[in-house]
Structures are given as structure tokens and as C-alpha cells.
Write a protein that binds this ligand. Structure first.
Ligand code: BT5
Length: 275
């Protein structure tokens, strides 16, 4: 579609939301990189960068995120954390996960699971990835960039050999076409609402209710090695709680979760231990 028509339709869908400013790019490297630069040049709270296509989209740990043209949502929201939010920065990516969950429920009637820390799954396949990044100048926090990518049309799903975990799209799950800017508006609306309740009991309850693989055997790859155990839940800081075979409680703050059952391991990943 003509980029100016896309942009008009995007701006119409976002009208009425309390966004500071919206920048639209037909093609960019990474909306998170654009948002970081904008933040350094004075972007306000709730400034938003949206791209139709990314050529250098990023995941966590410098992994790649693929955004095909005309088929996905790729956007980055700039936040200036309040004093209260400063002590809860780790909850900003689950905030995005809850927003995507509510947006998909409101817009498409879909029920998602959140794979800790912040992948959004439909039917145990990844439909959305989230990358929250802080921006510091010397000792002070300039702001946070909350980057969100959602596979909307089936053509947004990357080839299986590029995936760590099986993927799907919103339209595959909904069984009908979805207007992506309407979905974006629903996600942002939910994000504004959850931000008011960041770290509240309802926030943790909603997160736990959608937590993927609860009470199931999982394997977690952490920077210091792999851990296996039963997924118990989330602690008050947003860490993942596992109960290992020896009955020990382990809290993990950084890692990638996969199911302990061999059939559902991330694509291409082999277990370090057999159960
Ligand atoms: C993520 O990282 O899932 C975070 C992705 C964040 C993307 C958004 S898009 C807007 C903003 N701008 C950016 O540059 N980034 C953000 P991680 O958990 O590390 O997962 C990365 C892995 O997901 C890759 O290694 C692939 O296996 C897989 N992957 C890549 N593209 C995918 C896609 N479109 N759908 C499903 N899985 C994908």
C-alpha cells in the first residue's frame, strides 16, 4: 500500500490516545534504535515510533527480530519513568506483555499466554516479542524504550530455520483478517491503563493468570547454564520461580524458558540434561 495512505490510516486509528507524538517510517533499521536517538534528542513520555518494515530489528541478547513489510506491528514507545516506576523498571516489559494480551483479547477475542519474561504466545507459539531498553546519560536514566513486534498476517512468520521457538500470527489464530493499526491502538490503550497499576496485586495476578507452562516441567537457559524444574510462578520482583527435582526453590532473573517435553523444545535447541 502507498506509505502515505498507511500513515493516514495509522494516525486515524491512534487519534484520541494520549500519545505525545507519532513518527511513522515505511522502512527503518530498528524502531528501538530510532526511539533511542529520539530520546537522546528530547522525546517526551509516550512518544511513539512505528515502522511498516524493519531491516535490522533486534531481539534480546542481540538476537534478530524479523519484520516483513505490510504484515506486522513493529513499534517502540518511549517512557519517562516516574519516581515510583524507577524502582520497578523490570516490570516494564511484562507491562508490554499484559498490554499485548489485553489488546489481542479486545481487538480479536484471542486468549494469549505470556512466556516468561515477555514473549506472547498463541497456542504455545510465539506471536509477539518485546524488547525493553533503558537509556542512560552518565548516572541518570534518560528514559525507557519499549519495543514490541507482533506477527499479524501469516506472511510475517519467519522461516522455521531462523526461529528458536515455533511462531504464529494473529490472523492464523483469529481465522480472519485483522486491521493492524486497530490492534496497535488496542494494545496502547491497555498499556496506558496497566501503567497506572504497575506492580499492583492486580498486575501480578493478571500476569500469573496468563503465565505459560505453569506447573509444567520446563528448562530455562540462563547466562550461567541450564536449569530444569517445575514452573511455579513469578516472585514480587518479577523473577521466575522454579522448583527443581531436588525440591529446591530457584528464582531466575534472566533466561529463556522452554518446555521440558522434547516435542516442544525451541526449534534447534537440544536439552542439556535428559529428564
Ligand atoms: C524478542 O527477543 O522477542 C524481542 C523482539 C522485539 C522486537 C521489537 S519490534 C520493534 C522493536 N524494534 C526492534 O528492533 N525490536 C523491537 P528474543 O526473546 O531474544 O527473541 C528473538 C528470537 O525470536 C530470534 O532469535 C528468533 O528465533 C525469533 N524471531 C525473530 N523474528 C521473529 C518473528 N517475527 N516471530 C517470531 N519469532 C521471531
Amino acid at each position: 500500500m502507498d506509505p502515505s495512505i498507511e500513515e493516514k490510516s495509522l494516525r486515524a486509528a491512534l487519534a484520541g490516545l494520549p500519545l505525545a507524538e507519532v513518527r511513522y517510517c515505511a522502512v527503518t533499521g530498528s524502531t528501538n534504535d530510532d526511539a533511542q536517538r529520539w530520546l537522546e534528542n528530547g522525546a517526551a513520555d509516550f512518544a511513539l515510533v512505528v515502522a511498516d518494515q524493519q531491516t535490522a530489528g533486534r531481539g534480546r541478547l542481540n538476537r534478530r527480530w524479523i519484520t516483513a513489510a505490510g504484515a506486522a506491528l513493529a513499534f517502540s514507545l518511549i517512557l519517562h519513568p516516574t519516581q515510583a516506576e524507577m524502582s520497578r523498571l523490570a516490570l516494564l516489559s511484562p507491562l508490554a506483555g499484559l498490554a499485548v494480551a489485553d489488546g489481542l483479547a479486545a481487538c480479536c477475542g484471542l486468549q494469549v499466554q505470556i512466556k516468561w519474561p515477555n514473549d506472547v504466545l498463541l497456542g504455545r507459539r510465539k506471536v509477539c516479542g518485546i524488547l525493553a531498553e533503558t537509556n542512560w546519560q552518565a548516572e541518570s536514566l534518560t528514559g525507557v524504550v519499549l519495543g514490541i513486534g507482533v506477527n499479524v498476517a501469516p506472511t510475517s512468520i519467519p522461516p522455521a530455520d531462523l526461529l528458536m521457538f515455533p511462531a504464529t500470527s494473529v490472523e492464523d489464530a483469529a481465522g480472519r483478517p485483522v486491521q493492524r493499526w486497530e490492534l496497535l491502538a488496542a494494545v496502547l490503550k491497555a498499556l496506558f491503563a496497566w501503567r497506572q497499576r504497575l506492580g499492583s496485586p492486580e498486575f501480578f495476578q493478571a500476569w500469573e493468570n496468563r503465565l505459560a507452562f505453569k506447573d509444567e516441567p520446563v528448562q530455562v537457559q540462563t547466562p550461567s547454564g541450564a536449569l530444569e524444574g517445575t514452573l511455579v510462578g513469578i516472585d514480587a520482583q518479577g523473577g521466575l520461580v522454579l522448583r527443581t527435582g531436588a525440591g529446591k526453590r530457584e528464582v531466575i532473573t534472566v533466561g529463556d524458558v522452554s518446555l521440558g517435553s522434547p516435542g516442544l523444545r525451541p526449534v534447534g535447541q537440544t536439552p542439556t540434561k535428559t529428564a
